[in-house]
Write a protein that binds this ligand. Structure first.
Ligand code: FAD
Length: 319
């Protein structure tokens, strides 16, 4: 069974907190969550047991900066919150192990910004973090929450998509790794089982060059569109390019057609333009307050070219 945070997305009709009206028939913009029970986990194993005990209507609470606003707006109605903030000792780390980057689920956005290894070897993550929300959100929001929420407008999943990371999850049956491009199944929906917890993300090796670019309506906002690129180069040619796209589909998208155009080619403006055109064709942006469809497709073209140019430059390839 997959996990979905939004009752209307999973097609289940839910009743309001006082059972007087169905979900959706709101009289006012509510700012108080519906009633819920609250537990605090003191270990990963206890978090898993609590998830099993309380069943599929329970949710983990990490930084709370995605879940709590949705609960206040009555877009999410978890019956039980299982707070994992006491698990920092186990799940808050950023380290390189045998050349692989390991980030714990409770690493905060700000931890990524402060990390030397990320600044030096994974600039795509640093770029993305400088553009996520504001210092308040970055001090609380976690990597695990960003991945588990399944929001197509979250930046980190697109950056991780370009890097080709694995998401490490633990549940009643033990630990497993999910490739990042297999994590989301739709808007706010992932392949996580209800009793599974994300324990971290693993990037197997640092790319030679990487970059993240984003256009948003104002500082601190989610993206109208954002693009992450990670690549290796050899003999002046691009190899192993990864492109992750944010906010231009119902889920975080990999631009695999554009990646194919790049591989084995010498980088120049014309190549970037062709890759951007292909990525725009692969995108399926929603029309919403962040812009009309054609505008967002245009953004994809421009941002792919911009991110590629920067990633190639950082790889020392020149264009
Ligand atoms: C004003 C504002 C602006 C923002 N702007 C941006 C932005 O520009 N870009 C961006 O990317 N994000 C943005 N965010 C979101 C922010 O980055 C969140 O902190 C992050 O998305 C979720 O992390 P969290 O720890 O707060 O998750 P929570 O809100 O605690 O949880 C989110 C979901 O993930 C689940 N979950 C949490 N941790 C785990 C885990 N370890 N394993 C399994 N499930 C888990 C929860 O049960 C819940 O369903 C913004 C948020 C706010 C409030």
């Amino acid at each position: 069974m997959s996990r979905c945070i939004l009752p209307f997305v999973s097609g289940v009709v839910r009743w309001g907190p006082d059972y007087t009206r169905p979900f959706g028939e709101r009289r006012t913009a509510l700012q108080v969550p519906a009633r819920f029970d609250y537990e605090v986990a003191t270990s990963v194993e206890e978090a898993i047991s609590l998830l099993e005990w309380h069943g599929p209507e329970a949710r983990l609470l990490a930084g709370g900066h995605s879940l709590i606003p949705m609960m206040k707006l009555r877009l999410a109605f978890p019956e039980t919150l299982i707070d994992i903030h006491e698990l920092d000792g186990d799940l808050r780390y950023i380290r390189e192990v045998n050349g692989a980057l390991e980030i714990g689920a409770l690493a905060r956005h700000q931890d990524l910004l402060d990390s030397e290894v990320i600044g030096e070897r994974y600039p795509i993550l640093r770029d993305a973090e400088t553009m996520i929300a504001d210092p308040l959100v970055r001090n609380m929001g976690t990597v695990g929450g960003s991945l588990a929420h399944g929001d197509p407008a979250e930046d980190l999943p697109a950056a991780f998509m370009a890097l080709g990371c694995e998401v490490v999850v633990r549940g009643p049956d033990g630990e497993r790794s999910i490739p990042i491009d297999g994590l989301q199944t739709g808007p706010f929906e992932t392949v996580l089982d209800p009793a599974e917890i994300i324990v971290g993300a693993r990037v197997l090796r640092a790319p030679m060059g990487s970059a993240y670019t984003k256009v948003k309506r104002r500082t601190g906002d989610y993206a109208s569109a954002a693009i992450g690129v990670a690549l290796d180069m050899g003999d002046g040619e691009i190899r192993d390019a990864g492109i992750g796209m944010c906010a231009v589909d119902g889920q975080t998208l990999r631009a695999s057609g554009a990646e194919e155009i790049l591989e084995g080619q010498r980088p120049d403006a014309e190549l970037y333009r062709r890759a951007g055109e292909r990525a725009a064709e692969e995108s399926n942006p929603p029309e919403d307050a962040r812009g009309p469809v054609e505008y967002k497709r245009d953004l994809v073209k421009v941002l792919v070219a911009r991110a590629l140019e920067q990633a190639v430059e950082r790889a020392g390839g020149g264009a």
